[in-house]
Design a protein around this ligand. Structure first.
Ligand SMILES: *[C@@H]1O[C@H](CO)[C@@H](O)[C@H](O)[C@H]1NC(C)=O
Ligand SMILES: *[C@@H]1O[C@H](CO)[C@@H](O)[C@H](O)[C@H]1NC(C)=O
Ligand SMILES: [Zn+2]
Length: 253
């Protein structure tokens, strides 16, 4: 009994003397799964590229919503005229637009300044193009560390990972991705937070229609990431699109 009391006392002293415990900076919440039963969030990373409006239409035609985690300057420049148009079209169709960083780096290898810049450049683009402020961010490759989470917290971000990977960005044939989805659905999960890529032609032209049908047939509701978590899609939404000026340019790394 005495030993136990001493052990607890010692532990208490050690904890209070440990600056790492005392001064731990607050960190952004990390979500790896949806929380609202019976929902599926289909997410599409790495755009804006060529297939955003096509996927947006497919979802809309099937009474489904999706989420696009977009970069500022990856496959395309977010400020290009055609990209601005497809972002606005997809946003107005009710799909969620969120951040995937400016240039798709490995965030764990960057310092405070670079990480902050990766977040803020996309935020500023989405503010001027769509009039929204997003608080949802998917770190590239799903990679983050304590520093990334601390900065994300300061920037009012939630980090969104996934619990199912379609495999479409690592060279998997779309037929294999379909089989993977079928196997996952057969496990009867309560929810699904699924990773796909807007930049893959086969995803846009074959996989999306297939999985919408498979998931809806199994009784799932296809919603945005915000809705599958019971959260608001945007920290703010002015309802006004900005006007192009000479800051709408991409050599900004
Ligand atoms: C979700 O489903 C689980 C198990 O089926 C149940 O225990 C839980 O109460 C449900 N949650 C809600 C919010 O309906
Ligand atoms: C952060 O990294 C960049 C690029 O590697 C470097 O130029 C800059 O000096 C670094 N900043 C700090 C504060 O260390
Ligand atoms: Zn990515």
């Amino acid at each position: 009994m005495l030993e136990k009391t001493l052990a607890i006392l010692l532990a208490a002293i050690l904890v209070s003397a440990n600056p790492l415990v005392d001064r731990a900076a607050p960190m952004a919440v990390v979500y790896e799964a949806c929380t609202v039963n019976n929902t599926v969030a289909l997410t599409f990373d790495d755009g804006p590229y060529l297939y955003m409006t096509y996927i947006s239409d497919l979802l809309t035609q099937n009474n489904a919503k999706g989420t696009f985690f977009v970069n500022g300057n990856n496959y395309n420049c977010i400020y290009n005229d055609d990209v601005v148009a497809s972002l606005r079209y997809t946003f107005l169709a009710g799909h969620q637009i969120a951040s995937h960083t400016w240039s798709h780096p490995h965030l764990k290898s960057l310092n405070v300044t670079r990480i902050t810049r990766e977040f803020e450049l996309v935020d500023s683009a989405l503010e001027s193009i769509l009039g929204i402020h997003t608080d949802f961010l998917r770190p590239p490759y799903g990679e983050y560390n304590a520093l990334v989470r601390e900065i994300a917290y300061k920037e009012s971000k939630k980090l969104i990972i996934w619990d199912f990977d379609s495999g479409d960005s690592v060279g998997e044939a779309y037929r294999q991705s379909e089989t993977d989805y079928d196997a996952k659905i057969a496990q009867n999960p309560k929810t699904l937070l699924a990773l796909n890529h807007e930049t893959e032609e086969d995803t846009a032209h074959y996989l999306v229609a297939y999985v919408i049908n498979a998931l809806q047939t199994a009784g799932y509701k296809l919603v945005t990431v915000a809705e599958c978590l019971g959260l608001e899609p945007y920290a703010s939404n002015t309802g006004t699109f900005g006007t192009r000026d000479d800051t709408w340019a991409c050599p900004r790394r």
